[in-house]
Design a protein around this ligand. Structure first.
Ligand code: 6PG
Length: 237
């Protein structure tokens, strides 16, 4: 059973997730000498990334042994307001001593299919064609039940043959790059971070409703941890 962490406020949720990342980084680096962290996009994670930069050197992850990846990206340039990379760069990357070669950016500015293939090649090279090992994958969820860029009714939710795919998202009139569910599910820890009452009904359906991943792609994910504020958890039993 996944761990449910329900926090009274968004601030307490942010602090809890920062502690979780910190603990997981220490364990990973102690065990294998590095910490492979997959960042989520959207708005929810921003204060988490910002708070990571406020930790003391003793408390912070060892950024020189940390490697950053993305679960998904919008097909826009890295300086575009919608770019998940730009959000992470502004809130985290420019404020920490992480070597640039440790930051694996999805190239949203490139043609989508080529960018997806290139990122998958980057990952296969990084994992030396062994099975991929992410220590932590951070995920958000939309009120339509999407996660990463696995949107209801889109092709990417069916893909089991690839780690990274380009996904056409008609509801957003755009293309996205996304990790597939099989790749995400290989991670050691998979943590959803969900806040706000708007998502409470969908969260109930994802956790307790009929299995229907075509309509609720978050159900594809074998999450180990759910970090929720009380508003998002309001409909849970
Ligand atoms: C993205 C994210 C997406 C996000 C959810 C929730 O690229 O937008 O990867 O899956 O996590 O849409 O977004 P909010 O945190 O903004 O509600």
């Amino acid at each position: 059973m996944p761990n449910l962490h329900i926090l009274p406020s968004q601030k307490q949720l942010v602090d809890k997730v920062v502690d979780f990342i910190r603990e997981q980084s220490q364990a990973a680096i102690k065990e294998r000498g590095r910490f492979n962290l997959v960042l989520s996009g959207g708005a929810t994670p921003r204060p988490i990334y910002e708070n990571l930069t406020k930790l003391s050197t003793e408390q912070a992850p060892d950024w020189k042994k940390t490697y950053l990846f993305w679960g998904d990206e919008r097909c826009v340039p890295p300086d575009h307001p919608d770019s998940n990379y730009r959000m992470a760069e502004e809130s985290l990357i420019t404020h920490i001593p992480i070597p640039p070669t440790h930051v694996f950016r999805m190239k949203g500015e490139s043609e989508a299919q080529a960018a997806a293939q290139a990122y998958e090649q980057d990952l296969r090279r990084y994992f030396a064609s062994a099975s991929p090992h992410f220590d932590v994958v951070l995920l958000g969820m939309g009120d339509d039940g999407h996660t990463a860029s696995l949107f209801p009714g889109t092709d990417a939710i069916h893909r089991k043959d690839r780690w990274i795919v380009a996904n056409e998202v008609p509801s957003k009139s755009t293309w996205r790059l996304t990790m597939t569910a099989p790749l995400i599910n290989q991670a050691h820890k998979i943590a959803f971070i969900i806040t706000g009452e708007k998502k409470a009904e969908t969260l109930y359906e994802v956790l307790h409703g009929t299995p229907q991943p075509q309509h609720l792609p978050a159900q594809l994910i074998a999450a180990t941890d759910w970090f929720l504020d009380e508003a998002a958890a309001a409909k849970l039993p």
